[in-house]
Design a protein around this ligand. Structure first.
Ligand SMILES: *Cc1c(COP(=O)(O)O)cnc(C)c1O
Length: 220
């Protein structure tokens, strides 16, 4: 098996210009994450606050930390403190709490709006048809800055099947960008994981979240 360092260098070498790599680090140790950083990773994505709290003190702000897990109200205070971006905002309720906690820290929290591009009832994310309205409402909050969209898409066997969901999210991204709303800067379109990042990039992703392909299969 190739090393974390080799994997990162190979992926970075093949990513088109303008596409940023985010290492999805759930279940990985601080030393694994450090190896990825030494090989050139600049953004770490974490799904769980508890895991981030374990590795963050050892690594610090030499990289940017993105929260990519589901939000819980009581964890938002700490999430806002540690993370440089929250990619999974999909309701006004959580946005209000992020705004409040960021305000207490004198911080303006960059966020992405997570879109439920597959319209799956059990999945998180705002429904595509409600996205623009949510962006408009969140954009009025002074301590939040919307910087783009994120989507997962449904679980499929063939990454090609994700193409319509990536396409839909890119269309939403472009449409909201054209509105030129105050306090909204549509910079990041976060889509694609280990199996699907190439399809995602061909549909306009400029931030790809890759775990397995960097660190190997997860143990738990
Ligand atoms: C785990 C995870 C990824 C990366 O998944 P891999 O298939 O291991 O590349 C990307 N995004 C989110 C939100 C994740 O939870």
């Amino acid at each position: 098996m190739s090393s974390i360092s080799d994997n990162v260098k190979r992926i970075l070498a093949e990513l088109p210009e303008g596409v940023q790599l985010e290492a999805a680090a759930k279940t990985r140790t601080a030393s694994e994450i450090k190896e990825a950083i030494e090989a050139g990773v600049k953004i770490i994505g974490e799904n769980y606050l508890q895991e981030a709290e374990k590795v963050f003190p050892e690594i610090g702000r030499i990289v940017r930390w993105h929260y990519i897990g589901s939000l819980q109200r009581r964890k938002i205070k700490k999430i806002v403190r540690i993370f440089d971006m929250i990619e999974t905002v999909s309701s006004m309720e959580f946005a209000d709490e992020i705004n409040k906690r960021a305000g207490q820290l004198n911080k303006i929290m960059p966020v992405l709006i997570e879109v439920n591009s597959g319209k799956e009832p059990q999945k998180s994310g705002v429904m595509p048809e409600d996205c623009e309205n949510l962006v408009r409402r969140i954009s009025t909050l002074p301590n939040i800055k919307i910087e783009g969209l994120m989507t997962m898409g449904p679980l499929v066997d063939d990454p090609e099947k994700l193409r319509p969901y990536f396409k839909l999210t890119k269309e939403l991204f472009d449409r909201i960008k054209e509105l030129e709303l105050p306090n909204v800067e549509m910079k990041y379109l976060s889509m694609g994981m280990s199996s699907s990042y190439k399809v995602a990039i061909s549909e306009g992703a400029n931030l790809v979240r890759i775990g397995t392909l960097i660190f190997g299969p997860r143990k738990k």
